[in-house]
Ligand binder design. Structure first.
Ligand SMILES: [Mg+2]
Ligand SMILES: [Zn+2]
Length: 216
């Protein structure tokens, strides 16, 4: 009997792991860790599941950064993660721009499919964390549990409303990667996937008007 394929954890980069810069992360000096990320990846690593980065880096196609620079940023990022007790199995990036119509640029799920093929991953048993709707779409296309975080571009509340009104199973919203990690760990423990975390609900009860609260 073939060994059952394992699930994996897929993390978007900009806006999940590091600050999303409107002018893009073009050098290691511009790579700014978001709070709690190293601890979160260390906790996720303890699940024993493979962890992948999947990131759109059209700056390569646009000539804003050399491909080797992006690879160097990923090598340094992974070294820092490992020094903090975590691991990343591979950092996948799409170097293309929108007009190139590739299969890897999210919202297309090409990078997820590639990892599934290369590492024998069952995507339907996998988790994805992203700050953009295109991340969520990529996950939905291949059946991962998909978590939208409010860091980076996730501060756009339209996306949160969109997610919450879809009421699809295995979609959730969390404050940041630490909060998403709690969500993933509880789902791996056999709990039903939460749609929102207590931290997110508290944050929104404080920040939203009564009108907006009815969305939640
Ligand atoms: Mg992002
Ligand atoms: Zn691509």
């Amino acid at each position: 009997m073939a060994m059952a394929a394992t699930g994996a954890i897929f993390l978007d980069r900009d806006g999940v792991i590091n600050e999303n810069r409107p002018d893009h992360v073009k050098t290691w000096e511009e790579f700014e860790w978001l709070p709690g990320v190293l601890t979160s990846i260390q906790r996720l690593s303890q699940t024993g599941l493979p962890i992948f980065i999947i990131t759109n880096q059209a700056i390569i196609s646009r000539g804003l950064a050399a491909e080797t620079t992006v690879q160097d940023i990923h090598a340094r990022m992974i070294t820092t993660i490992e020094q903090a007790g975590g691991h990343i199995d591979r950092a996948y990036y799409c170097p293309h721009d929108l007009h190139e119509r590739c299969e890897c640029r999210k919202p297309k799920p090409g990078m997820l499919k590639q990892a599934a093929q290369e590492f024998g991953i069952d995507l339907t048993r996998s988790f994805l964390v992203g700050d953009s709707w295109s991340d969520i779409e990529a996950g939905l296309a291949v059946g991962t549990s998909s978590i939208l975080v409010m860091t980076g571009r996730g501060r756009n509340q339209g996306n949160l409303a969109k997610l919450l009104t879809q009421s699809a199973v295995r979609m959730g919203a969390a404050c940041d990667l630490a909060d998403a990690t709690t969500m993933i760990l509880s789902a791996l423990d056999g709990e039903p996937m939460m749609m929102t975390t207590p931290r997110l609900r508290r944050a929104f009860h404080m920040a939203l008007s009564p009108n907006e609260l009815t969305v939640l």
